[in-house]
Design a protein around this ligand. Sequence first.
Ligand code: CA
Length: 219
Amino acid sequence: MKLLLVEDDPTISVPLAEGLTREGFTVTVASTGAAALAAAPADLVLLDLGLPDLEGRVVCQRLRERSSVPIIVVSARGEEIDRVILLELGADDYVVKPFGFRELVARIRAVTRRMASPDSTVGLTAITVGDLVIDPRTRVVTLAGVTVSLTPKEYDLLACMAVDPGAVRSREQLIHDVWDEHWWGSTKTLDVHVASLRKKLRPEMIETVRSVGYRLTEG
Ligand code: CA
């Protein structure tokens, strides 16, 4: 698995790259935002927000514009960041420095685990809800025949609701299934993703069931 580590501080990036290599990852280090954007495609990006040239969130947004690669954002303790904006930019998870190496590896594994591997999904058939088609094998979503570009988390959330279309999924259930216990826990996270899915699909396709959760409909 190819990991792009975007970090300008060598006292962090050098030992971290060594440790991650020992864990079996193929690590490329980029020490600037420009280098990160010029790097070869990776399977996961670990993105420091405090970069010398570009704002980390700009890098996050640009990476997201061109691929659905999972992005774990790293920020310094006390750094003022708007988590909701980060989510809207397409980050998948978030860690605060200083973080434990084990914790970070667990996060990387949790994020990548949710990116279904082709082997584990052989035999899964596409789910159709009206003119919405979700293919769990390729993670490709089409609406009226047009491919909808979703972030990994948006896909997971949609797939989670589509398992039983028309049934109400509670907020707790969705948060539990789509995020893990390390997630920063704001229920706003779920609302941000639902809002974004509504924009990308049709707003009426995701119905709010007051004080319970959400329901996927044909819209
Ligand atoms: Ca930095």
